[in-house]
Ligand binder design. Structure first.
Ligand code: BGC
Length: 545
C-alpha cells in the first residue's frame, strides 16, 4: 500500500534569498523580501520552498561556507524576520525546508578557529576537524572542485598541520569520527525544526567519513551516522513528520542506499541526479536510451520515499557521474563556447542550455512534471531566465529575479552598483524581455505554461505514487511515462528528437480508447492521431471506471 505523505506529491521551489527580493534597498535580497512574495508562490501553486543558505558566512561559496549555524546573515535579515516568514508561509499552507551543511564549515567558524589553536586534549575543539601531520593520507581521493583546488589537504600555519577538505580550501571537513560533532549536528537540527520548518536539504552527504584505501565516499560509517540522524529526528518529532532530502550526486547504485529500506530509514527524499543528467544527454543525442538505462526497476523507491526531480539548480549542470566519453560529448554539445565549462559540468541555466528554444524548454519542463517524484523549480526557471557568464564560479545562474521592467528588474531599489549580482539586461534574456509581470498577462508565456503544469500535477496527483512504466518508441526518439492508478491512466509522451514521430496506439493500450482526452490542447489533431511534432509532447488521459 502506497502512502500519501505530503512530500510525495509536492511542487518545490528552490530560492536564493539574496537574489529574490530586496525589501530594504541595500541591493541584497532578504527574508522580508521573500515573505513579501509569498502570494506569488500561492498563485503559482507551489507547496514548499527550499531556501538556499542564509547563515552568517564569509560568502566564498554562496553561503555553503557556514560560519554560524544558529544565525541569519545580517544582509538577509534577522531571526524575527525568519520567524515571521514561517508564520506567514504556514498561513498560506506553504512549507519551508532549509539547507543543512553537515560535511564542512567555513574556516571562519568558531569551531575551526578554536580547533586550529592547538591539538592538545585540553582543547575541546581539537578533534572537530580532520587533521594530519602529512598530506599523503587518503591518497587518490578525487578533488571535486578540480578547477579551483589541487588537493584535498591544506596546510594550516597556526596548528602546523594539514586539514582535510572535499570542497574549497576555506571549507574544512568536520570530523564525524568525533561523537561531539554528531551532537552538534543534532542540536542544529533541533533548533531549526523547533522553529517550525518542515525539514532539511542535507548537503554533500556522501563525504562525511574518511577511510584509508577507499574513495572516502558512500562509506558504511556514513550510512550509520545518517540512520542515527534519522532516528533522532523521528524520535523527537514522530515518524514522517519532518523530511530529510539528500544531496548525493552519485551513480544510481550508490545513491539508492541513502533511502534505506522499510525497516531502516535514512532519507525521505533524494535528488534524482541520474535522471536529470540523462534528460540532457537524451536530448542532445535525440535518443532516449540514456534515460531508459536509469528508469527501470531500480528507479522504484521504498513506499515512504520520493525522488526530488529537477532540471537545474544553483550549481553547475553536473557531469560528474557519467563516463568520460559522455562528458566530452555533453561538453561539446552544451559548452562549446569555452567559458561555461566548470569543474566537471556546465554553468548555465536551463533556458541558456536550450539556446532559448521555447519548444525544448517546454518539453523538458513537461517531462519534469510527468516524472515519478516531486518536482523542484529553480527560481527564474518559470520565466526562462538566462545566465550571466561574465560572473565567476557558478554565480551566473544566481542573478536577481526578474520581476518587471522597472529599474533593477523590480528586485531592488538600490543603486545598480550595489546589487548583489548585476541584473541580466541583454537583448535576449534581459529583464525588459523576460520578467514575471509581462509573462503573467501573456496566456502563451512560459510562466503560464508552468502554472498549468503545476495545476495538472494537482489534477493527477497519482503521478506521485502510481505504478508506472517507462516506454521508448519510434526508434528511441520518443519516451513515455505511463502512470496507472486505480483505473486512472495517464500516458505522458515526449519527442526528444527533431523528427515528427508516431506513437503506436497499442502502446497506449488504454482500456477505453474512445474516451482518451488530450491534456495539452494546443494541438488541433484528431484525437485518434497519436503523432508528436519535433520536440513536442502530449499527455493522454483516461479513466476506466
Ligand atoms: C552545494 C554547492 C557547494 C558545495 C560545497 C554542494 O553540494 O550544492 O553549492 O558549493 O556543496 O559546499
Amino acid at each position: 500500500m502506497e502512502d500519501h505523505h505530503w512530500y510525495k506529491n509536492a511542487v518545490f521551489y528552490e530560492v536564493s534569498v539574496k537574489s529574490f527580493k530586496d525589501s530594504n534597498g541595500d541591493g541584497i535580497g532578504d527574508i522580508r523580501g521573500l515573505t513579501s512574495k509569498l502570494d506569488y508562490f500561492v498563485d503559482l501553486g507551489i507547496n514548499a520552498l527550499w531556501l538556499l543558505p542564509f547563515y552568517p558566512s564569509p560568502w566564498k561559496d554562496d553561503g555553503y561556507d557556514v560560519a554560524d549555524y544558529y544565525g541569519i546573515h545580517s544582509d538577509m535579515g534577522s531571526m524575527s524576520d525568519f520567524d515571521e516568514l514561517i508564520e506567514e508561509a504556514n498561513k498560506r499552507g506553504i512549507k519551508i525546508i532549509i539547507d543543512l551543511v553537515t560535511n564542512h564549515t567555513s574556516d571562519q567558524h568558531f569551531w575551526f578557529q578554536e580547533s586550529r589553536k592547538d591539538s592538545s586534549r585540553d582543547n575541546p575543539y581539537a578533534d572537530y576537524y580532520v587533521w594530519s601531520d602529512t598530506d599523503d593520507k587518503y591518497n587518490g581521493v578525487r578533488v571535486i572542485f578540480n578547477d579551483f583546488e589541487a588537493s584535498n589537504w591544506t596546510f594550516d600555519a597556526v596548528r602546523k598541520q594539514y586539514y582535510w577538505h572535499r570542497f574549497f580550501h576555506h571549507q574544512p571537513d568536520l570530523n564525524f569520527d568525533n561523537p561531539k560533532v554528531h551532537q552538534e549536528i543534532f542540536d542544529i537540527l533541533d533548533f531549526w525544526l523547533d522553529k517550525g520548518i518542515a525539514g532539511f536539504r542535507v548537503d554533500a552527504i556522501p563525504y562525511l567519513y574518511e577511510r584509508e584505501g577507499t574513495s572516502c565516499e558512500n562509506l558504511q560509517e556514513t550510512h550509520q551516522f545518517l540512520r542515527k540522524m534519522r532516528e533522532h529526528v523521528d524520535e523527537r518529532y514522530g515518524p514522517n513528520q519532518k523530511i530529510l532530502l539528500c544531496e548525493s550526486n552519485m551513480w544510481q547504485d550508490d545513491l539508492l542506499p541513502y533511502f534505506g529500506n522499510k525497516e531502516v530509514k535514512e532519507f525521505d527524499m533524494g535528488f534524482d541526479f541520474p535522471v536529470m543528467t540523462r534528460i540532457y544527454e537524451s536530448l542532445a543525442r535525440e535518443n532516449v536510451s540514456p534515460l531508459m538505462s536509469v528508469m527501470g526497476e531500480k528507479h522504484h523507491l521504498p513506499d515512504h520515499c520520493q525522488w526530488a526531480t529537477f532540471l537545474r539548480n544553483h550549481d553547475e549542470l553536473t557531469l560528474e557521474k557519467v563516463t568520460p566519453e559522455v562528458r566530452e560529448f555533453m561538453w561539446k554539445y552544451y559548452a562549446s563556447d569555452g567559458v561555461s565549462k566548470i569543474n566537471l559540468g556546465v554553468r548555465k541555466r536551463l533556458a541558456t542550455l536550450m539556446e532559448n528554444d521555447q519548444q525544448k524548454i517546454k518539453l523538458l519542463n513537461s517531462f519534469l512534471f510527468a516524472l515519478p517524484g516531486s518536482p523542484i523549480i529553480y527560481y527564474g526557471q518559470e520565466i526562462g531566465m538566462g545566465t550571466d557568464l561574465t560572473l565567476g564560479d557558478r554565480n551566473g545562474v544566481r542573478t536577481p529575479m526578474q520581476w518587471d521592467r522597472t529599474t533593477n528588474a523590480g528586485f531592488s531599489d538600490a543603486e545598480q552598483s550595489r546589487l548583489v549580482f548585476p541584473v541580466i539586461d541583454d537583448d535576449e534574456y534581459g529583464y525588459h524581455v523576460i520578467n514575471v509581470e509581462d509573462q503573467k498577462s501573456d496566456p502563451n508565456s512560459l510562466f503560464n505554461f508552468i502554472r498549468k503544469l503545476i495545476k495538472l500535477r494537482k489534477q493527477y496527483p497519482f503521478i506521485g505514487f502510481s505504478e508506472y512504466n517507462v516506454i521508448s518508441f519510434a526508434e528511441k526518439k520518443g519516451i513515455a511515462i505511463y502512470h496507472k492508478y486505480n483505473g486512472f491512466e495517464l500516458f505522458c509522451a515526449f519527442n526528444f528528437s527533431s523528427h515528427t514521430i508516431e506513437i503506436n496506439k497499442n502502446l497506449i493500450g488504454m482500456e477505453k480508447s474512445d474516451e482518451i482526452r488530450r491534456v495539452f490542447d494546443e494541438n488541433t489533431r484528431e484525437i485518434d492521431q497519436f503523432v508528436l511534432d519535433p520536440y513536442n509532447f502530449q499527455w493522454y488521459y483516461t479513466e476506466s471506471k
